[in-house]
Ligand binder design. Sequence first.
Ligand code: SAH
Length: 383
Amino acid sequence: MSNPPDVRHPLSWQPEEWAAYAQSIGEPTFRGAQIFRWLHHQGVTEPAQMTNLKLSLREGLSALGVGDPLRVVECRRAADGTRKILCELSSGDRIECVVIPMTRDTEMVDPDPEDVDDEPAVATRQRVTLCISTQVGCAMGCVFCASGKSGLRRGLKAHEIIAQVLTAKRHLEPNEWLRNIVFMGMGEPLHHYDETALAIRLIMNPEGIAIGPRRITVSTVGLVPGIKKLAHDFQGKLGLAISLHAPNDEIRSKIVPMNERYSIDDILAALRAYPLPKRRRITIEYTLIQGVNDSPEHAQQLARLLRGLRVKVNLIPMNSIIDSTLTASSVERVDRFAQVLSDARVSCSQRKRRGDDVAAACGQLALAPASSLVRAPQPLRGL
Ligand code: SAH
C-alpha cells in the first residue's frame, strides 16, 4: 500500500486512485468509477471491451497497462465438482486457485446468522468457495505441504491475487455464486502482508467484487506480527484460520519450522487479542498425520490448550504428497481424535477432501520445478 499508484499495476488501484487518474487526463471523476466497475464488478480487464468508454480513453488504458495479468493454462475438474485452475502470470510463473462448490458438510466458513444472503430464497443457488494463492511457492517449509517443497519463488502482487478472483468468476457455472474467499492456496498470505491487505480491500469494495470481510478467511501458519496487523487494519472482521497442527511446541517445531520463531504461546496470545465480532470463532486447522500428532493424548492436550478461546477446530486428514513418508491418519484415529475434542466440548469438524483426484486438495498445490528459488526449506530432523 506504500507504493505510489503509478508503479502499481492498475488492477490494484483503489477507486480514489482511478478518480485521480480520470482527473489527471481531464475527465470527470465518475469516469474513474466506471473503469473500476468494469474491472472489478464486471470482471472485464480488456479495455477494448469497455464499451461505454470512448476510444481515446480505452487506448489510454491499454497504454497504462490495463489488461489481464494472467492466462489460464488448464482447468481440471474433479469428480466432486472442484475445479483447479492453473494460471500463468505475465512473469511466466504459474499459480493455482481452486473453485470449490459448497455443500452443508463442506462449509469452510461459519454461516452468518446476520447475513440476509443466507435466506432460503437465495439458498437454491450453488454457493462456491474460492481458494486463492498469495505466493509462487512458499518459504514456510511445513513438512507435510507440497507448496513449500521447492521453497519460495516470489510473493504475488495485489493485482495478481485479484486476477485469480476475476478469472475464477469467469469459470463459474450459471447457477453458481461466489460466496467465500479463502486465502488457503499456495503461499503464506501474511508473509507479504501489504499486498495481501491491498487485495483484501479491493475484494471487499462494494463497487467491485463486493465480498464482505466475514466471507473472507485468511489462513496463516502463525506469523504473529501479521495477525496483529490484520486485527488492527480490519478490526477483527476478517475470518482467521491458524494452521496449528500440533498440541505442543515439540511436535509443532518438527512439522512447522516457523514455530521456532513464533511459538504456540505467542500465537495464542495474538488470538486472545484478536477483536472477534460476536458469534464468530477463529478456525484452528489441524492436519492429522498418522503417528505424529493424532493420538487421543494429543487431542486432550489440544483441548486444554484451547480452553477459553473462541475457536473451532477443523480436522484435515493429511492429503498425500509426493516425496513424503508422512501419511494420513486412519479413519478410526481421526474419529477418535474428534471424539476426544467433542467430549472436552471443543467444537470441531472434519474437513472433507475436495478435489484430491486433481491434486487440488489442501497442501497439494505445488510449484512446477523451479530454477530460481529464493530459499529452499530447511530439512528437518526427527521425522
Ligand atoms: N500458509 C497458509 C495457507 C496455505 S495452506 C497456512 O499455513 O495456513 C492451507 C491449509 O492446508 C493449511 O492449514 C495447511 O497447513 C494445510 N495443509 C498443507 N498441506 C496439507 C496436506 N498435505 N494435507 C492436509 N492439509 C494440508
